[in-house]
Every structure is written in structure tokens, then in C-alpha cells.
Ligand binder design. Structure first.
Ligand SMILES: [Zn+2]
Ligand SMILES: [Zn+2]
Length: 134
């Protein structure tokens, strides 16, 4: 179980948030919508129950990414912060684990939408030559 409260924010610093508990798991999402929204092959999300998520600086901009859900991001830099099913609004919210100040505070324990997992993602960390920096 993660050690709450946890803090996080967007790349530019305009949006800051706090998560006080209500942890309900963490999963890598391989869906095409997450891939496009992040410009990345996979997005790790952790799920929070109820009103345990709050913005402490700035504000999120929301858009409907499908008929069923909306995503919230920093209007200044574009960092994706939250995902919310419209039917669960107020009851449950998903937060991008990599936007945490300590991105290792929550570890994904499952993967979803692997039907659209990119083939080159399989074992990529072991398969490619690696450098610690750029
Ligand atoms: Zn920002
Ligand atoms: Zn997804």
C-alpha cells in the first residue's frame, strides 16, 4: 500500500495535486486513446476512490476523450493528469502514476487493453542498448 498523502503535478508546475488515500490499484494501460493522449506507448494509472484527489495549485482543463469518459490536463504544458468515467464522477478517479513527485511511489500491478499493446514494447527494457542519461 502506498504511503499517503502523495503529491504530484504537471511538467511546467502550473498544476499541483495531492492524493490523500482511497487507493484502488494501479495498471499500465495500453489502449489507443491513452497512447494518443500521452504520445507514449503505455500510461500507468492508479485508481483512487471518492474525493481523495484534490488540486492544490492551478486548475485542470477537461475534455471528453470518448462518450464515456473525460481526461484532465494542464492547459499550459499539456501534461495529462486524470481520467474519469462520467458515470463514476465523484466516486472514482484515475491519476497518471508518472506525474507523481515520486514516480515510483505506486507500482503498477497489472496491464489492461493489451490487445493494442505495441509489439516493440514486449521486453523492451532488456532488449535495447541503454544509457543512464541522454
Ligand atoms: Zn503544466
Ligand atoms: Zn487507456
Amino acid at each position: 500500500m502506498p504511503d499517503f498523502p502523495l503529491t504530484g503535478g504537471c511538467l511546467c508546475g502550473a498544476v499541483r495535486y495531492e492524493v490523500t488515500g482511497g487507493y484502488d490499484g494501479c495498471a499500465h494501460c495500453h489502449c489507443r486513446m491513452c497512447q494518443r493522449a500521452a504520445g507514449a506507448p503505455v500510461v500507468p494509472w492508479f485508481m483512487i476512490k471518492g474525493d481523495h484527489f484534490r488540486i492544490v495549485k492551478g486548475a485542470l482543463k477537461f475534455y471528453k476523450s470518448s462518450d464515456a469518459a473525460e481526461r484532465g490536463f494542464c492547459e499550459e504544458c499539456g501534461t495529462q493528469i486524470v481520467f474519469q468515467f462520467l458515470k463514476d464522477k465523484g466516486a472514482s478517479i484515475d491519476v497518471t502514476a508518472a506525474s507523481l513527485d515520486d514516480p515510483e511511489a505506486i507500482e503498477p500491478t497489472s496491464q489492461i487493453w493489451t490487445a493494442s499493446r505495441l509489439a516493440w514494447m514486449h521486453g523492451f527494457d532488456a532488449a535495447l542498448p541503454a544509457r543512464e542519461g541522454n
